[in-house]
Write a protein that binds this ligand. Structure first.
Ligand code: DC
Length: 225
């Protein structure tokens, strides 16, 4: 029996992972895993229940019961929709405040161990597009195609700014640049599952290319699927 195909799209915030993953999902009709959204949802749930990271272990059973996340493809050009037990929480978790909390939370081994099996559950027929930081290196080492996206810090900050503006948040560019850089560093330097390209990944710089061009290039790599 042929195994379920997987494409992993890893890279820093604003490198284009979300946009490209969505385009691939629509084209191929596959499932999507926005792993950053899973971490964001966990941060949101813990905040809502006033559970600190130190108390995670003691509350993990109840959190697991509540942690039922699904995704909706929604509109092209916007991040995927996030549902928690069927309730749309997209706007509640795609905020800078939750991003800050998530950045701290996601560097914990305990948290990563908790989220890992949840991520693997998204591997379902007819295929999976997995978007994140460690999709190709840790979660789906068996993936058929691994893409690693990069873009300059300035370009990524601009993209983040317009994304935040579209949900009504005003942003200060110098602060955004600073926060993005700090989070980049955290993602790359953390002890557990640091962000790095898988050895067998294809590197693409999206700074000066359109999403359509990146999408086309990835599609051209799928000839053997
Ligand atoms: O891609 P994003 O901004 O939604 O990710 C939110 C946070 O989660 C960010 O701090 C990086 C972290 N993350 C992670 O550690 N591992 C992943 N596979 C995906 C995201």
């Amino acid at each position: 029996m042929k195994s379920i195909p997987i494409i992993t799209i890893d890279g820093l915030s604003g490198s284009g992972k979300g946009t490209i993953s969505k385009m691939l999902c629509i084209e191929l009709g596959w499932n999507i895993l926005d792993s950053g959204a899973l971490y964001r949802t966990l941060a949101y749930l813990m905040e809502k229940r006033a559970i600190d990271l130190e108390d995670f272990e003691n509350n993990s059973k109840e959190i697991k019961e509540d942690f039922k996340v699904t995704f909706g493809i929604g509109i092209l050009g916007e991040p995927v929709n996030i549902f928690l037990k069927g309730q749309d929480i997209t706007d509640l978790v795609r905020t800078e405040e939750i991003a800050e909390k998530t950045s701290v939370l996601s560097s914990s081994k305990e948290i990563r161990d908790f989220v890992r099996p949840c991520q693997r559950e998204f591997k379902k027929s007819p295929g999976l597009i997995a978007d994140g930081r460690d999709m190709g290196t840790v979660i789906f080492p068996e993936a058929d195609l691994k893409i690693y996206l990069t873009a300059s810090l300035e370009e990524r900050a601009k993209r983040r700014q317009s994304q935040l503006k579209s949900v009504g948040s005003e942003v200060n560019m110098p602060i955004l640049l600073e926060e993005l850089e700090a989070r980049d560093r955290k993602d790359k330097e953390r002890e557990h599952s640091p962000l790095k390209p898988a050895e067998d990944s294809v590197l693409m710089d999206t700074t000066r290319v359109t999403p359509e061009e990146v999408f086309k290039e990835i599609m051209s790599l799928l000839v053997n699927f």
